[in-house]
Design a protein around this ligand. Structure first.
Ligand code: PNS
Length: 179
């Protein structure tokens, strides 16, 4: 039996606007299974993000700095094209609730249609993060709620600075509860 396998590089894509403790948990768990995990932040998201791609990348890097086999980068265009450029065949997505499923299912099938050799792996959230989303965090923060258990300190600090600069900007994307 030959147990010598090639290393597997997985890509965990998303908007990460901003990264939450739920995202961090998924990245950590993926990093325990796959040899390398690339957290890939979409630049040209249609969601009109609250944070620039540079800010999102910086916060995510800071939040994941202790995990050796995780790297953070930004991408634009089709996810499968980006993955092919990295030689990756594994997409990681987190699943929180049934409400996520339809969107995730559609995206997984679309990606499969575009690139049949790329597989989507779902990691089910820890129950403590099942209610958590970037948009909910921004909403709670906007109205003075405590988000310290929801995001890493680097994100909370950035949000504190941001709310002074742009008080009306932080919840631009709160039309959908789970993003
Ligand atoms: O955190 P999000 O916003 O739910 O992540 C969505 C993301 C970035 C994974 C998805 O929108 C994406 O992959 N966009 C890139 C464009 C693309 O490849 N579209 C085809 C698959 S639907």
């Amino acid at each position: 039996m030959n147990l010598n396998k090639n290393k597997i590089r997985a890509v965990y894509p998303g908007s990460f606007d901003p990264v939450t403790n739920g995202h961090i948990c998924i990245a950590q768990r993926a990093a325990e299974i796959f040899d390398e995990v690339i957290v890939a932040i979409l630049m040209n998201t249609q969601k009109d993000p609250s944070f620039s791609v540079e800010e999102r990348q910086q916060m995510t890097e800071e939040a994941l700095v202790d995990i050796n086999n995780v790297q953070v980068c930004a991408f634009s265009g089709l996810l499968v094209n980006f993955m092919q450029s990295l030689g990756s065949k594994v997409i990681i997505r987190g699943l929180r609730a049934m409400s996520d499923f339809e969107y995730e299912f559609q995206m997984a099938l679309m990606n499969r249609q575009l690139a049949p050799d790329i597989e989507t792996f779902f990691i089910v959230t820890e129950p403590q993060y099942s209610y958590l989303s970037s948009s909910a965090v921004k909403n709670v923060f906007q109205f003075g709620g405590d988000i310290s258990s929801m995001v890493p300190d680097c994100v909370r600090n950035r949000m504190k600075n941001r709310i002074h600069e742009y008080p009306n900007q932080i919840i631009k994307n709160r039309t959908k509860p789970f993003e």
